[in-house]
Write a protein that binds this ligand. Sequence first.
Ligand code: NAI
Length: 340
Amino acid sequence: MRVVVFSTKSYDRDTLTRCNAAGHGHDLVFQEPRLTSETSPLADGFPVVCGFVNDVFDASVLERLAGHGTRLVALRAAGFNNVDLRAAARLGIAVTRVPAYSPHAVAEFTVGLILSLARSIHRAYARTRNNNFSLEGLLGFDLHGRTVGVVGTGRIGALVARTMAAGFGCRVLAHDVRQDPELAGSGVAYVALPQLIAKSDVLTLHCPLTPATRHLVCDGTIATMKRGALLVNTSRGALIDAEAVVEGLKAGQLGGLAMDVYEQEADLFFEDLSDEIVHDDTLQRLLMFPNVLVTSHQAFFTQEALTAIAETTLSSITAFARGEKLESAVTQALIQPPPT
Ligand code: NAI
């Protein structure tokens, strides 16, 4: 199949090329830019468009793709909030994703962020490189015995919950629209969201971005959090209202923030902008706080995950080419609320 692959960096091209040569044999054309309405002509004539987290598959882009022969959108990601699924269905474009490539990659990174925030490891690293060996301002707290709130206990959230409970001796509260009975039986207590927010010393987000979860953390949420609680987001940027978080940090109501995703990340993350003026005042303000740790959508980035992403994506394309059932198809049902 002829496949145009958007938002590619050297590591994507290397992994996809290696996996493709090992058993798929598709005709892959790599593009560095992300897919937007401006770059969509690069996809003209390709039956398959392969995209990543910040590629835009809104109705107008999908209409253009469909009009120029695209029949499959193959996402190299688990989240699919960047695709208008209704438009895709209407236009007869199938959408696949990589539902589970390495939940361990994201869960382990999340635990790393929690540890770094709780003990100011990110600050210590920067200080000692400047020969500042003082401990002033680095006082942390034991995670053992603290309460960690996990919102979304799917593949990643469940791993984080288990690690914090069994590995650190934390009390773990969880909230999900579908409870995991096995997790509930392993020392994790499911509670209503307001209770989780009010009781947690660390709040970590692992639910998908949907209309129901957009700005789940906003002014009102922050006001009801424990004073000084830490907030960690490795899921999707728009789960938090970043401007409200700035105010929460300024007031000391939030004790720290670690974020691997940012609502306005599309034009920033994955690029080296160190020689440029970044015009995002909210992000620039966040980067000024000593108790804020920002990484640029890096949680997935392990050798294992990259290989699994390439394998699943190419297998979906191969299945599509053969007219087989698409195991990792994204359907509207995935974002419907569960039966009550
Ligand atoms: P998953 O689908 O296994 O789990 C998501 C869980 O969230 C499910 O249990 C679901 O029932 C729950 N949920 C849905 N709506 C909810 C709501 N309103 N309130 C509470 N819970 C709700 O997904 P997985 O693999 O655990 O991934 C979680 C998220 O992590 C993805 O949606 C994706 O956005 C993000 N992600 C981030 C990566 C990164 O590199 N930073 C890499 C991979 C995923």
